[in-house]
Design a protein around this ligand. Structure first.
Ligand SMILES: Cc1cc2nc3c(=O)[nH]c(=O)nc-3n(C[C@H](O)[C@H](O)[C@H](O)COP(=O)(O)O)c2cc1C
Length: 200
């Protein structure tokens, strides 16, 4: 899909977490541009604590996915599965994908980005990385590229994470996936009644 002009509010409104990807790769320039959008995010004390591990190697993505799937399989068979996954529908969805032996975790996306911070930066690091992540998702959306933040990536074994480039001194905040998809549309599912109090 060609880049097209969108007003910022339209980009924000139309960004969705996409869970189905075509295998078509992104170019290195496209990936770098997404990462640069992330690095433009604000951060506490301008520490810019984020570090990005980019994985476009299918075998490496599959290994990470398998590592997380082992963890999810254990959770599915636990007695508190519904409360862990949030609903019976999600339990069924994860179970089905595990049975299909698909890449349940990264949805077959051709580009996985692991966002890691040094353990010394854990106070504001998660917030800073979240800011960077949304910049990346919005920029990708504007470019016609689908994305999803993958919190489950935190359940990959430390051994696998180190194998793809994380340092012993670091922690994984979350993973992200990027790629092309024909399932980018969908209405936001939101409760806009979240202004708890407006003291006037
Ligand atoms: C911190 C964080 C972790 C997430 N982890 C996952 C994940 O592991 N797998 C997944 O499919 N979606 C994940 N999501 C996406 C959310 O499920 C999604 O944002 C939410 O359902 C709202 O849908 P929307 O992004 O399409 O508006 C995550 C989102 C955030 C912010």
């Amino acid at each position: 899909m060609q880049p097209f002009f969108m007003a910022i509010i339209d980009i924000i409104r139309s960004r969705r977490s996409v869970r189905s990807y075509k295998p078509d790769p992104l170019t290195e320039d496209q990936i770098k541009a997404i990462l640069h959008a992330g690095m433009l995010a604000p951060s506490a004390h301008n520490h810019q604590p984020w570090n990005f591990i980019v994985i476009t190697n299918r075998d490496a993505i599959n290994r990470l996915s398998m590592s997380v799937q082992g963890y999810l399989g254990d959770k599915l068979s636990a007695s508190d599965a519904i409360s862990y996954f949030g609903s019976q529908e999600r339990v069924d969805r994860v179970k089905k994908r595990l049975e299909l032996k698909e890449d349940t975790v990264f949805y077959g996306a051709p580009c996985v980005v692991m966002v890691v911070v040094d353990k010394a930066n854990l106070e504001y690091g998660p917030i800073d990385c979240g800011m960077a992540a949304e910049n990346m998702c919005l920029y990708a959306r504007e470019q016609g590229i689908a994305s999803c933040i993958i919190g489950y990536a935190r359940h990959a074994s430390r051994e696998e994470l180190i194998r793809v480039g994380m340092k012993e001194s670091q922690e994984l905040m979350f993973g992200m996936v990027f790629g092309y998809s024909d399932q980018m549309d969908g209405d936001p599912d939101r409760d806009f009644n979240k202004i708890q109090k407006w003291q006037k």
